[in-house]
Design a protein around this ligand. Sequence first.
Ligand code: IVH
Length: 654
Amino acid sequence: MKERITELRTILHQHNHNYYVKHRPIISDQEFDALLRELEDLEAQHPELFDPNSPTQRVGNDIDLSFTQEKHTYPMLSLANTYSFEEIQDFDTRVKKALGVDSVLYTCELKYDGAAISLQYENGALQRALTRGDGTVGDNITANVKTIQTIPLHIQADCPDFFEIRGEICMPRDKFDAFNIEREKRGEQKFANPRNAAAGSLKLHNSKVTAQRPLVGFMYHIPAYQPNDSHFKNLAIAREWGFNIPEHAVLCRSLEEINEYIQAWDTKRKSLTYDIDGIVIKVDSIAQQQDLGFTAKTPRWAIAYKFKAEQAHTRVQSVTYQVGRTGTVTPVANLEPVLLAGTTVKRATLHNADVIAELDLHEHDYVLIEKGGEIIPKIVQVDVEKREPQAHKVKFISHCPKCGSPLERLPGEAAYYCTNQTNCPPQIKGKIEHFVSRKAMNIGLAEATISQLYSVGLIENPADLFSLTYEQLIQLERFGEKSVQNLLQSIEDSKHIPFARVLYALGIRYVGETGAKKLAQACRSISVLQQASLQQLEAVDEIGEKIAASIKMYFRNEQNCMLVDRLRKAGVQMEVADDEVALQSNTLDDKKIIISGTFEQHSRDEIKELIEKHGGKNVSSISKNTDFLLAGEGIGPSKLAKAEKLSVPIISEE
Ligand code: IVH
């Protein structure tokens, strides 16, 4: 049985590699599934033969991953960047001079635009995956990385007993587009670009969710124990070990060849399924790399040539204004449609009034637009020569386009706000969205449903949620028996949400989660908070002048006071509950505590809450000022070592 399990694992690893890395499967999906099922059955019968790197483990699990920070065995450095070919020439001159040679062989390869990772293998098995972090210490994201099909869990070929390999995790562009459309449909925030989506997916706390994300890993660097003196050959060897290494790298013997490679890929990159943001030029000989060494931040043997963001010329048709959830008014330029980086662009963001002034934008101006890291492109230049002689300057509006109220600009801020915080439609919806969000009242209500309830006139402010009835909801489109009950139950459950979160849910400008906690601790009830003077508010820990003034302004508005009153009458917690009072103590008296690992008797959130309830502070990284490390199951060895080194006492859950 054991032999069959081992055999199946080997066969399935190979088929995975054929499918995901080589893109040349040699068996059908059906045959693959049959083998996988056989292995799953055998593993279920023999739990003692469990292997965390078995092909059956690619699906991830529901364990809440709290990332531990671990030290990189070799620092994870960045690359020197340039946009100009002259600097590549300078680099070549520097390299030749330092090595005392007339010609150097370079490997040129693609610069993948994703999230950097570092993998460690021991006896052929993937042991650890770290993010870059600060270059010295990274987050352990092994469980998430194991779900990525292009990352080998077991090396099927001869390889060093221990080695590390670096690469980039990316989300292919077409998969990213589809993924973003799905997110939008579910009322979730879209990712700005594939790089952010890939980085976000690696930092999820549930590897089952990561397993569903379309991620691909490209590898490009072995920091030590290279099998050959040539980087180019090492790439080929690592490809043999099972790593996904596109065969686009080439050896270049001259600046001309490097330039050809750059020019070719600046065009060809559009035909790749994944994003690259440049090319990397590396001295090929490992011995020469070692001679050249590193500066504090980057290797002296490599440089990245970055492609310029794609640009296009077009003309502004009009400038319109969008009102966000918090009342921020954002100007948008509507453009004559133009093709840019594969999509037709019709709009560009102008960010705020200062940007319009800086561009000196006039009506119907001809402009140059650029697509950077954001979803919406921006205007980078105005063609003054082509401007119509009578064209007027674009003048920022003075009143809200949605509700007609006057706009105001707060001192020190670039944005204009609509002053009608209580009756402006986008602000009303935004307030309700914030009110129901997970960290606030945690009511299961998607953005689209909020719009639906608002448009039929059932909700105009958060308090209206508590008057919704079964009869009203069941008549609505897309509402079935089950969804109505779930929503009503979720609203009912929210009445137990502690006061601090209710305070955060109100959406008082500048009052974030921490501020709300501090205010709840200090004031204990909404009525005390309502009556507090500016000085009293400013005396609260972490509450400054700006937040205090915003709180006073909030309660000066009669409609806000009515909202609070209605919420209280509906049964929402408007003061710190009695049992919370009983638990309060100052035992931990400002002690800075870091928690790491998983715990048996309490969830991590409960422990953090307990620490705060007893006057302690939760901190996220160890320093000599940390008072305790509360160590749970599976805590990273490097964190323990660091605590010991800094003489930070280590305590257990008990
Ligand atoms: S080599 C010691 N090669 O770009 C330096 N990096 O902007 C090892 N990157 O930090 C890095 N593609 O995260 C290398 N083919 C490639 C790369 C690459 C993408 C990333 C990497 C690097 C960053 C610099």
